[in-house]
Design a protein around this ligand. Sequence first.
Ligand code: KMH
Ligand code: ZN
Length: 306
Amino acid sequence: MKKAIITAAITGAIHTPSMSPYLPVTPEQIADEAIKVHEEGGAVAHIHVRDPNTGYPTADQDAYREIAVEVKKRCDIILCFTTGGRLGEPVGKRVKVVSSLKPEMASLNAGSLNFGLFHVVDKIKKWKYHWEKEYLEGTEDVIFPNTFKTMREYLEIIYANNTKPEFEIYDAGMINNVAFLIEEGYVRKPVYLQFVMGILGGIPATPQNLIFLVESARTTIGEFEFSVCAAGKAQLSLCTQSLILGGHARVGLEDNLHIDKGILAKSNAEQVAKIIKIAKELGFEPATPNEARKILNLKGLGNVNF
Ligand code: KMH
Ligand code: ZN
């Protein structure tokens, strides 16, 4: 039976502390959440870091290392580090985590896009930190840069460290970007695509669009593993659809702060438990981290630098 790789994106760089008291901020909280995700049956934790005092998204290498060491001490979950970092993070800084930690996996954003979060500002009544409103409002004039040059440079670093890139696909054109990079010899097949849906600036999170993305990738790339990460309320339904289509699922507070309509999730583990319950009802077993390593052809925990 097909095993379902369940990923949890622990904290991200999109949501801010005023949106939920449950958003992990410190390295200890992020590590702890990744371990609890493992206990619930998650196979991968997608890791961003933040300033421990203000929750401001950073690319702090010490924080990445602290999390990696702590999690590896307590379980064998796969850690997928972001090379996306904070919106506005210098491109050179974002990828440093790969050469320093030599992780099994890292994200590779497969194109540039507008990344709008400004429209949520009015929904927040009380701000915990001074930076939040400005950060969110500033996204009205932000492009999340991933040019062909930086993608090529990131891929060189990723492959030099035997790290597996998880291609973040926010829209149909990015599938073609990956196909081009394959043809140019910068990308090794089989690829692992993460369809990131529902970001303002990317493809809307609808069932029709997911089928379109999968079909388009089948035509353009051929064989691949895929997962779906949908922002907000579409998370559960599109993750469920992904499983039915033969894909994997990404949940987590990076993408969605709720566990149900109007109810904040108290942890990433809550969302993992919910998607695993649905997966099992549909006859899918969650992949263990080692089963996921086989499916994704990862180098193993013994070959990282932490
Ligand atoms: N944080 C967003 C800017 C990734 O982790 O590489 C992009 C993101 C994707 O989260
Ligand atoms: Zn991310």
